[in-house]
Write a protein that binds this ligand. Sequence first.
Ligand SMILES: Nc1nc2c(ncn2[C@@H]2O[C@H](COP(=O)(O)OP(=O)(O)OP(=O)(O)O)[C@@H](O)[C@H]2O)c(=O)[nH]1
Length: 602
Amino acid sequence: MTDQSKIRNFSIIAHIDHGKSTLSDRLIEKCDAVEAREMESQLLDNMDLERERGITIKARAVKLNYAAADGQIYELNLIDTPGHVDFNYEVSRSLAACEGAVLVVDAAQGIEAQTLANTYLALEHDLEIRPVINKIDLPAADPQRVKKEVEDIIGLEAQDAPEISAKLGVNIDAVLEDIVTHVPPPKGDPAAPLKALVFDSQYDAYRGVIVYFRVMEGTLRMGMGVKMMASGAKYEVLECGHLLPLGMEPCKELIAGEVGYFTASIKNVKDTQVGDTVTGTENPAAQPLPGYRPAKAMVYCGIYTEDGSEYPDLRDALEKLQLNDASLSFEPESSAALGFGFRCGFLGMLHMEIIQERIEREFDLDLITTLPSVIYEITKTDGTVVLVDNPHNYPDPALILEAKEPYAKVSIISPPDYVGNIMPMCQERRAEFKDMQYLDTNLVELHYSMPLNEIIYDFFDTLKARTKGYASLDYELDKYLPSDLVKVDMLLNGDGVDALSFIAHRDKAYPRARRLCEKLKDNIPRQLFEVPVQAAIGGKIIARETVKAMRKDVLAKCYGGDITRKKKLLEKQKEGKKKMRSLGSVQIPTEAFMAVLKLDEE
Ligand SMILES: Nc1nc2c(ncn2[C@@H]2O[C@H](COP(=O)(O)OP(=O)(O)OP(=O)(O)O)[C@@H](O)[C@H]2O)c(=O)[nH]1
């Protein structure tokens, strides 16, 4: 049986570009016989899209066997973490599976924004944080200064921190020795009822879902009956084992403290959600592990294909992506302007963009997406409550007794210098200030209650911009509160364009409507007739622009000649105009449509 005292579970945390991926590669290279030429660089980030965007979307793990200086072989489990607020929950579950974190700091740059934000996350999980000073090969490297920064700003002992060059492979052993010596081995009784924490899962066409877990208590064995405590799904473990750099290594059992995978012909990742607890069907655990939160879509938008005939391909793409992504939801919807499509739910805007990009790239479809929205809760005068995630379904205002919008509990951690920038931007977004606490002299934590609608657009990016990246954000859906909501319809030539309507707080509706009108005006090509572009609440127009008519010169060829002919032609032109009007259809090229939708960022 595996010796628990020889296991070390850890993550690597760092500011962007300080060398997290390069160090991961080096650790893998050092430990296992992965031939350098065989090793695809940066194994842990294994999706193209991730690599391009420089982010890790899904958590992954890898087991390394390390022959330490004390002559013993250690089992090191490196668990990778995603790095965006949309995936904060997945990060928290990955960290919950570790006892330690290696904090990589660039020897020239020193402590930067994400260094602090990530350290804070690791501290919340009581991890042993081990600083490592990277890039000592750079001419500007000043390891001593950076160590002092780590001590002064974060308050971690750093004099003995390994000084390395991940790029050149210098002193990598020191990092491994440091982990073995200082990260505590996992605890947990292998004989207790099984409790394993799911921190990721992945769909495989041949084996079904592969569940990544960390055993917290007990032992997971091949062939045993298991139950997911939150979803209630039951399975028989077909295969379990360790995750090696280049593949999986089946084994008979994994004991408390170990990290690995199991398969059980599971058809759907929804049954094995991140954060769920795996227990045995015989001798089950009484309580699940703490911290489970079902994946909850926060943002919704309509997705359509540019070419309407590709609707079945879009459904196919969404179904395939959903196999691997329990937090993606979708259902069919149709729009007068865009045809048939799907209403899709996402964890946040980045998640939404990633899914859109994957559909376009991996399935080669050109998409049109509608404005994102949160879910509103409307109580009608007849007492029924409806949940509205699509402006199209917004009830007639006369039938609304009370409208509520979702609020989130927001926590922002930042150095105190930026508080003066953060507070006004929260106020602009209708946030209610709760409190502010000094975590130490260099960090404050601010709490707000804020409409989710105000967070989803670009709050995260604006916060980063106004704090030079030093602030970190976390939010959690809290409750629904009454709100003065309105539905704004966009009218082209007097006809509503359903794909452009939106729900907003009354105070925000006017500026947004005006902006949309302007954008429409700028993007719609001139038609044969004048096109009014209007925004309306109920029947009341609140904003208007006009696309000037392109006057087709029907008389150009008609030089001289008699006046009656001219008149006839002019008459005909007028008819033509009328026809277009009565059809009520303004031809908007798809690109113009998308330009309007894309540009609509707060
Ligand atoms: N000179 C030098 N460059 C390094 C060293 N380690 C990493 N780099 C370079 O720094 C850049 C960022 O390294 P990554 O390992 O991708 O950094 P990361 O922290 O994983 O970045 P993200 O994946 O964007 O979060 C790359 O160009 C590396 O080649 C080092 O020890 N010395």
